[in-house]
Ligand binder design. Structure first.
Ligand code: HEC
Length: 154
């Protein structure tokens, strides 16, 4: 009887114990994954993957797949729901004259709509349709411009 009591007390303790540490990042929902594929990945393809992809891995960071993006580079990129502690976001939102701005100064910058869509996504909010459309249009324009005037290979 005594053993049984001890056993149930231990089981109860194990079941109710909550470790005091920050919550791990939640996995993305199916809707968030779909939004990433539709709006965010094309944006990264147009503006970032030339330096953060299979050919170059600046800052040890690749942005050519969701897995790589979430993995981060030398530093973490972002956690959904925590836009204010995202290094990736802060570098995208830096003033265009800042040395750390991404994409770098010499590159075609992201538009306000693209940045707003990215911010909304990292906030963990659904990207409103109008905003998603506007951001996608800007992404397409950037891709077309890049094709029309290919940069000289260095
Ligand atoms: C022309 C090349 C180039 C392009 C295009 C570019 N980057 Fe970078 N990026 C770099 C270089 C070089 C570094 C490493 C040095 C540094 O941290 O500034 C870097 C570093 C970073 C880092 C820090 C990585 C780490 O873990 O320390 C982030 C975040 C980043 N880039 C995001 C972006 C995003 C988002 C885009 C597209 C909107 C982008 N970059 C486009 C060249 C580029």
């Amino acid at each position: 009887m005594r053993t049984l009591l001890l056993f149930s007390a231990a089981t109860l303790a194990a079941a109710t114990y909550t470790p005091k540490k920050p919550e791990p990042a939640k996995p993305l929902t199916a809707a968030q994954k779909a939004e990433y594929a539709k709006v965010i990945q094309p944006m990264f393809d147009a503006h970032c993957v030339s330096c953060h992809g299979p050919k170059k891995e600046k800052g040890k960071l690749r942005l050519d797949t969701l897995e790589a993006t979430l993995k981060g580079g030398k530093n973490p990129t972002f956690v959904i729901g925590k836009p204010n502690s995202s290094m990736l976001l802060s570098r995208v939102f830096l003033d265009r004259t800042a040395g750390d701005v991404m994409p770098p100064k010499a590159e075609k910058p992201m538009t306000e709509k693209q940045k707003e869509a990215l911010y909304t996504f990292i906030e963990g909010q659904p990207i409103p349709d109008e905003l998603a459309k506007a951001a996608l249009a800007d992404t397409k324009a950037a891709l077309t411009a890049a094709k029309a005037a290919p940069k000289a290979k260095k």
